[in-house]
Design a protein around this ligand. Structure first.
Ligand code: AMP
Length: 306
């Protein structure tokens, strides 16, 4: 029985950064997410791949209890994304997006997935996100991610989906583009007026900003010596975040803050190698050690005032 359902893309990514170049490596929002979340809970993944996809490449996920019955193989090619980073690794420049099989994708969601308590609508066509929301059995915590491609091409469908979810997780530039507000506080408030009760904003190497109805929270990113490829860091963050929450089974301002730290720990690994490679070979002990190192960076004694 799965605890966490994700729908999103499985992709072949071609990525260029100042530190190297790779072609057609495994990626996609749902795959990066699942790779991280599967350390914490039982995940069911819904995505489409083309006839060119070799399911053996994701066999390792089944060893982490991931249920892949929701992956459908469709006529045509797998989704492809090409992106480039300059020295500002926080900003991906999309060179090409080939939707391929996801253009006509109408997911068949296994019945038992629909009673999962935690649902993550990873970055994919917002019409598909709504198609999933409408089938979910309540109560469930539904969280949505998106990106500029959908904000620019399917804005009203995206807003319809946002109104129906409990929480959104987006990049800061995407939140500004969605709300036409510069202040993250104002922008988050605008989203909360639509329905969601919590907005989590990913700020790349500057960490995370979170707003909920009664407060704000800030977390830095873990400082790394080597950063190769930030692709998928956002989805990996979301995987650690949702995986942690689904494992704890209880969503409140305190567990949301802990989940942000766990998401940040997972994202810090993702950027250390291209594609999904680093998280694929990650061990649970490494997660614990990085959490300890992260916590040490956040600790300081109370300042005494006169
Ligand atoms: P991020 O975590 O934001 O770096 O997400 C990167 C992943 O998103 C890559 O592995 C891409 O395959 C995938 N991606 C890129 N563009 C899109 C899109 N328009 N819709 C869904 N997924 C995408």
């Amino acid at each position: 029985m799965i605890n966490l359902l994700v729908i999103g893309t499985i992709a072949y990514d071609s990525i260029e950064s100042p530190f190297g170049k790779v072609e057609n490596v495994l990626g996609g929002s749902a795959l990066h997410f699942t790779n991280a979340a599967s350390f914490f809970t039982d995940v069911g993944i819904v995505a489409a791949v083309g006839r060119d996809f070799d399911l053996k490449d994701i066999k390792f996920l089944e060893e982490r209890n991931v249920d892949i019955r929701g992956i459908s193989i469709e006529e045509g090619n797998t989704f492809r994304w090409e992106g480039r980073y300059g020295y500002d690794l926080n900003q991906a420049i999309t060179l090409k997006t080939e939707l391929n099989v996801i253009e006509r994708f109408k997911p068949h969601i296994p019945d038992d997935y629909l009673s999962a308590d935690f649902i993550f609508l990873a970055n994919i066509d917002p019409e598909l996100q709504t198609y999933v929301i409408d089938q979910i059995k309540r109560p469930a915590i539904i969280v949505l991610d998106t990106m500029n491609f959908w904000i620019e091409n399917k804005f009203s469908a995206l807003m319809d989906a946002v109104k129906k979810v409990d929480m959104i997780i987006v990049n800061e530039s995407e939140l500004r583009e969605m709300t036409k507000e510069y202040s993250l506080v104002k922008a988050a408030r605008k989203i909360m007026e639509l329905g969601p009760s919590c907005v989590v904003v990913k700020r790349g190497e500057y960490g995370v900003f979170m707003a909920e109805r009664n407060g704000l929270f800030l977390a830095p990113a873990f400082p790394l010596e080597e950063v190769f490829d930030p692709t998928g860091a956002g989805d990996t963050f979301a995987g650690g975040f949702m995986g942690y929450l689904a494992n704890v089974g209880n969503v409140n301002p305190e567990t949301i803050k802990q989940a942000i730290i766990m998401g940040s720990v997972m994202a810090s690994f993702n950027v250390e190698d291209f594609g999904i490679n680093r998280i694929k070979r990650l061990g649970y002990d490494e997660i614990k050690d990085r959490y300890t190192a992260f916590k040490r960076c956040l600790n300081f004694g109370d300042i005494k005032f006169k």
